[in-house]
Design a protein around this ligand. Structure first.
Ligand code: ZN
Length: 352
């Protein structure tokens, strides 16, 4: 049994930790320049509550130059964006403490908008098995995930001029940092996407599946929404995250939200591609895909990209060659294939 003096020491230590923790505690806005809002909250039947949290860095102006929001975790197994939100909050907190006058605009960060799915690291909201990014829009039902989706759209609409929605790829394919844009919004979104340090900006036609997504619904409401796709789910690719993070700081600077004296660092000029410039390479056999080139490689027509092997018989079932010159911007990471399984995508330098 611990002695009384040790218990006292522990209590005292605990007290001091709470006190000194004040400056770093997100609920103490005055010390950090950060204001925390709950934009949706419901009691969890097993105790505690399910909440969407928004962190706000206010502007020194009564009318902010621009209001930019960052959203992550709509799919609970996509963790790259959650980490990116951490980097953004951490950096802006330091900036707010040292150079508060830099905040000419307003920044909102929603680091974990599908808390139930994130806590179980699943794409869908558990129990309901619902994709929260297919519950946006007018006719989204009256379930708990739908209610949270509605609260998120309403809050973003009320507090944003520009929204960046972070996603990662599925478990099978790894993606270079890219922004995907539905054709009907391209004029407004391409100039913004060009500020974000991406490798690729992919403009594609609309399809019914997009109509219930966050990005589509915000863009329809005239709020510029950029959908970032990077890395792979259930992993954090730090190099890609750093690239996207630098892009987000650049976006904040170029839109006037952050006014920093020093000149902004140079960023990547993304490859702007349309569907005809995307070559999808698929497997013809069930087997194991062994890649031969790294993601991000600039390949030439005929270059060996990899092979599909039959591990049991010790045979190479097929070799995969690049159909054209271009940038390898998607690569299969999960090696098990079936006929038709996507293996790679190449952004073509020339339209065929
Ligand atoms: Zn996603």
């Amino acid at each position: 049994m611990p002695c009384i003096s040790r218990l006292k020491k522990r209590k005292i230590r605990g007290y001091h930790e709470t006190k000194t923790g004040k400056s770093g505690c997100p609920s103490h806005g005055r010390e950090t320049g950060l204001k925390t809002h709950k934009i949706a909250s419901r009691k969890n039947p097993l105790g505690g509550s399910i909440e969407i949290i928004k962190q706000t860095f206010s502007s020194i102006r009564s009318k902010p130059v621009k209001r930019i929001s960052f959203v992550a975790g709509l799919h609970g197994d996509e963790l790259e964006g959650v980490y990116l939100c951490h980097r953004i909050i951490e950096t802006l907190r330091q900036l707010k403490a040292t150079r508060p006058q830099a905040f000419q605009g307003e920044v909102h960060v929603y680091p974990a908008v599908n808390p139930q799915a994130l806590s179980s690291a699943t794409r869908l909201w558990p129990f309901f098995s619902m994709d929260m990014n297919r519950k946006m829009g007018e006719k989204n039902g009256d379930s708990l995930p739908s209610g949270f989706a509605r609260s998120l759209v309403e809050d973003l609409q009320a507090s944003s001029d520009i929204v960046v929605d972070f996603h990662a790829s599925n478990l099978h394919l790894k993606e270079l940092p890219q922004i995907r844009i539905i054709e009907e919004f391209d004029k407004k979104l391409i100039p913004l996407a060009a500020l974000c340090n991406m490798d690729v900006v992919w403009v594609h036609p609309s399809a019914p599946v997009f109509e219930s997504t966050l990005g589509y619904n915000l863009n329809r409401k005239k709020i510029a929404a950029l959908v970032v796709e990077t890395g792979i789910c259930l992993r954090i690719h730090q190099e890609f995250c750093e690239q996207v993070f630098q892009g987000m700081i650049h976006l904040l600077r170029q839109t006037g939200v952050l006014d920093l004296a020093d000149p902004p660092p140079k960023i990547k000029q993304p490859l702007l591609i349309h569907p005809k410039q995307v070559a999808l390479i698929q497997a013809n056999h069930a087997g194991l895909f062994i890649s031969n080139v790294p993601l991000g490689a600039h390949v030439k027509k005929g270059d060996l990209l990899g092979k599909v092997v039959d591990a049991v018989r010790g045979e190479v079932l097929e070799t995969i060659a690049s159909p054209a010159d271009g940038l390898l911007f998607t690569l299969r990471e999960q090696p098990v294939t079936y006929q038709g399984a996507p293996l790679a995508r190449i952004a073509l330098q020339e339209i065929p």
